[in-house]
Ligand binder design. Structure first.
Ligand code: CMP
Length: 137
């Protein structure tokens, strides 16, 4: 069983599609092992996206991720990392395949509804960034 971190971003929370997004995960064999709704501040969002610190979009990314509450989750299942990325679709919703979460619920590359870990190494770091061991059940 593999685990991955998923974030439902402020745009999707504001739109009221938390349940619809979670349904995509559960209907496709991903179990919710942990979940909480939180408000990120600059330090927490900036630390999460530290690998993008030098990218030109970093400031906008942190501003967007702190613009409202997010839902962070640990998803668990066979090939959870790749499966979650398939369900999300491309980072830019304009390039996301029909039927993916980003094609259906996202507006732009910044407001792109969801985040998912991109490797086993980042999944491990990202899960620990938001959850202690006894919160992952
Ligand atoms: P996410 O998967 O959360 O990881 C980093 C985020 O940066 C990405 O989704 C996008 O929402 C955002 N972003 C903004 N511009 C870009 C870009 N040019 N390339 C990649 N990610 C970008």
């Amino acid at each position: 069983m593999e685990q991955t971190l998923s974030i439902i971003k402020p745009d999707a929370v504001k739109k009221g599609v938390i349940g619809k997004i979670i349904d995509r995960f559960e209907s496709n064999g991903l179990r919710i092992a942990a979940m909480k709704k939180i408000q990120l501040d600059d330090a927490k969002a900036g630390g999460f996206y530290a690998e993008h610190k030098e990218r030109p979009f970093f400031g906008d990314l942190v501003a967007f991720m702190t613009s409202g509450p997010v839902v962070v989750m640990v998803l668990e299942g066979d090939n959870a990392i790749a499966k979650n990325r398939d369900l999300m679709g491309a980072t830019n919703p304009k390039e996301a395949k029909e039927g993916t979460i980003r094609a259906d619920f996202a507006e732009s590359i910044d407001a792109n509804a969801v985040h998912g870990s991109d490797s086993a190494q980042s999944a491990q770091r990202e899960i620990k960034y938001f959850f202690s061991d006894n919160e992952v059940l």
